[in-house]
Write a protein of this length. Structure first.
Length: 158
C-alpha cells in the first residue's frame, strides 16, 4: 500500500463512484418504466459498462478533488461533498458536450473503421446514458463522501 493510500483512494473512486453512478441511472431508468424482470442482471450489466467506460473520468475527477482538497487543506466532509459534486457534474457535462461534437462530426469512411478506439467508444457509451444531467448529483455527492473517508483514513496523524 502506498504511504497515503493512493491505491485505495483511486480504486474507491472507480469502484464506488461507478457503482453510485450506475445505481442512480438504473434507478432513473426503472422509474421511467424501462426496467425488466431481470433487474439484478441488468444492473450488473449497467455497472460493468459504467466501470469499463467511465474509469478515466472517475480517475480524473478523483485526482482533481484530491489536489483541490490538499491545496485548500479541507478538514471536514462538506467541502468534499460540494466540490466532488461540482467536479463530477462538470465532467459529465464535458463528456456530453464532447459526445455531441463527435456525433455531429461526420468523418470520412476511412475514419469510420478507426472510430472504435477507446476514446470515441468512451464518449459514445457515456453520452448514450447521460441525457438528464441532474442524475449524477447524488452519485457525485456519495463519491465525494467515500473519497473523503478514504483520504481521512490514510491521512498522516499529527
Amino acid at each position: 500500500m502506498t504511504r497515503r493510500g493512493s491505491i485505495a483512494y483511486y480504486l474507491a473512486a472507480v469502484v464506488c463512484g461507478s457503482f453510485f453512478l450506475a445505481a442512480t441511472y438504473y434507478a432513473y431508468f426503472l422509474a421511467k418504466g424501462a426496467g425488466s424482470q431481470r433487474w439484478g442482471r441488468d444492473f450488473l450489466f449497467v455497472y460493468f459498462f459504467t466501470i469499463a467506460f467511465g474509469f478515466l473520468p472517475q480517475l480524473l475527477g478523483a485526482w482533481v478533488l484530491r489536489r483541490l482538497a490538499l491545496r485548500l487543506a479541507w478538514k471536514g466532509v462538506l467541502p468534499w461533498l460540494l466540490a466532488g459534486t461540482a467536479i463530477w457534474v462538470a465532467l459529465v457535462w464535458c463528456v456530453v458536450q464532447l459526445g455531441t461534437a463527435v456525433e455531429a462530426w461526420r468523418p470520412s469512411p476511412a475514419w469510420m473503421q478507426v472510430r472504435a478506439t477507446l476514446l470515441v467508444s468512451l464518449i459514445g457509451a457515456m453520452y448514450a446514458g447521460l441525457q438528464p444531467l441532474w442524475i449524477p448529483i447524488p452519485a457525485a455527492a456519495a463519491t465525494g463522501w467515500v473519497l473523503y473517508s478514504v483520504h481521512r483514513a490514510f491521512a498522516e496523524r499529527t
